[in-house]
Ligand binder design. Sequence first.
Ligand SMILES: CC(C)(COP(=O)(O)OP(=O)(O)OC[C@H]1O[C@@H](n2cnc3c(N)ncnc32)[C@H](O)[C@@H]1OP(=O)(O)O)[C@@H](O)C(=O)NCCC(=O)NCCS
Length: 189
Amino acid sequence: MGLTKIQVTLNIYVTSFERWIQDTITTLYTIKWRQVEKENVVSIEDSMLPEIIRIQSEGFGTKSRNGVKRYSKRMKKIFYVIKSYDQVVGYCIYYLKPILSLNGFKKKSVIYSISIDMNFRRKHYGEKLLKESIKEMRLNGISSIILYVNTENLPAIRLYEKMGFRKIKEIKDICGPKETCYEMELRIL
Ligand SMILES: CC(C)(COP(=O)(O)OP(=O)(O)OC[C@H]1O[C@@H](n2cnc3c(N)ncnc32)[C@H](O)[C@@H]1OP(=O)(O)O)[C@@H](O)C(=O)NCCC(=O)NCCS
């Protein structure tokens, strides 16, 4: 096996291991997750998956379903779906991670993905979805919410800034090769 092939194989194992750690931490943190009454926002159900996958590929031009499926199985309670009457019109997926600070461990949440159906954009569904899910994050002792957004994605940046998120730093190559993202954070506790 060539050196590059070994490197690629190793990277795959490391990524899978990191993903496993992340999933396990989120699963443990959400065992006693307290859910609140949310207006038009519910947790994912399997029957909603085809619509969610459609909205995801519409929003990001990608057909990768693995992330969405994985989160919908293991982190149902923090996979939020927004509806208009009975129609699924958007979603926001979080995962949780512990951060070591001077006062011990703090729980932070990270937005893995958020998207609204093209026909329902600019109608405040994205804002509503974030407001309702953040309410529940606060109730469950999450100290802040982090996200990564492409520096050119102005609609999303405007939405996050309206919600009170602040730009923390620029990071290259994590949103995609040769792309730059902002890390943004909203402190809620
Ligand atoms: C980003 C996204 C989720 C916003 O959802 P949305 O439901 O259309 O947004 P809302 O209607 O709730 O907008 C709330 C605020 O965000 C800002 N905003 C949203 N879309 C905007 C746009 N196209 N241009 C400028 N500002 C915009 C505005 O400040 C708006 O408030 P206002 O209408 O009172 O001015 C949606 O555009 C989307 O799904 N994009 C594709 C996927 C994506 O990029 N996800 C983010 C990845 S990090």
